[in-house]
Design a binder for this molecule. Structure first.
Ligand SMILES: Nc1nc2c(ncn2[C@@H]2O[C@H](COP(=O)(O)OP(=O)(O)O)[C@@H](O)[C@H]2O)c(=O)[nH]1
Ligand SMILES: Nc1ncnc2c1ncn2[C@@H]1O[C@H](COP(=O)(O)OP(=O)(O)O)[C@@H](O)[C@H]1O
Length: 206
């Protein structure tokens, strides 16, 4: 589907730092609207329904799948996660930028539905660092960390299908890269025309 807003999709193995990067980006770029996904996994410590996720039962998730309410959904680490159509289509149609923080299976489904979507993959600098970030985050049980490390192999093998790759070694440098990708999309002709129609009009351009 062609829409005036930019659709950014950020994927990464668990622990690579995508939530931290997107949160930091949001703190000074309120024009990137993060979509809130639905999931059947349980909330973690500080997570709130409707903020990090909409936490859904299996039956609720089944019913949304049955009603064709998702742009994409996938099984990730044994739980289901999905992006609702309602959450993004209106915003994109209004010309707003939307950012999805989802797994690679979902990212590839989004590309089918929205061929102009910009797919960004975030890599950790090493396996050791990935494990230590998962351990230091202190949110997941040891067996959950093992499953996430194991799944990371399959996830990282998909990096070549993405448009951009960011290596999150130094946080500030990775954040700079993410900002640069987003900013470069906004400098494209169609985006500039939409965002700065006042300038285009005063210069008699269109
Ligand atoms: N396909 C898909 N994946 C999602 C969605 N929301 C989150 N995910 C992915 O599910 C995985 C697990 O997310 P989460 O449980 O929050 O753990 P985290 O990756 O450690 O932060 C991550 O790869 C997320 O990017 C979604 O709506 N669709
Ligand atoms: N560049 C970095 N250097 C060191 N630690 C980082 C870096 N980026 C993120 N982290 C830390 O790694 C852990 C995992 O990051 P998080 O954003 O939760 O990852 P994801 O959302 O990809 O699962 C968090 O404790 C976070 O503070």
């Amino acid at each position: 589907m062609e829409t005036p807003g930019n659709l950014f999709v950020v994927a990464a193995p668990s622990g690579a730092g995508k939530s931290s990067l997107v949160k930091a980006l949001r703190s000074f770029d309120a024009r990137v609207y993060p979509s809130v996904s639905h999931t059947t996994r349980a909330p973690r410590g500080q997570e709130k329904h409707g903020r990090e996720y909409y936490f859904a039962s299996d039956a609720e998730f089944d019913s949304m799948v049955g009603n064709d309410a998702f742009v994409e959904w996938a099984n990730v680490h044994g739980k289901r996660y999905g992006t609702s159509k309602k959450g993004i289509q209106d915003r994109l149609a209004k010309g707003e930028d939307v950012l999805l923080e989802i797994d690679y299976q979902g990212a590839l489904q989004v590309r089918t539905a929205f061929p102009q979507a910009i797919l960004i993959f975030i890599l950790p600098p090493s396996w050791e660092e990935l494990r230590s970030r998962l351990e230091n985050r202190g949110e997941d049980a040891p067996e959950v960390i093992e499953l996430r490390m194991k799944n990371a192999e399959e996830e990282m093998a998909q990096v070549g299908k993405f448009d951009f790759v960011i290596i999150n070694e130094l946080f500030e440098s990775a954040l700079f890269d993410l900002k640069a990708i987003i900013h470069s999309q906004r400098l494209k002709y169609a985006s500039q025309l939409r965002l700065r129609s006042d300038v285009f009009e005063s210069l008699n351009l269109s």
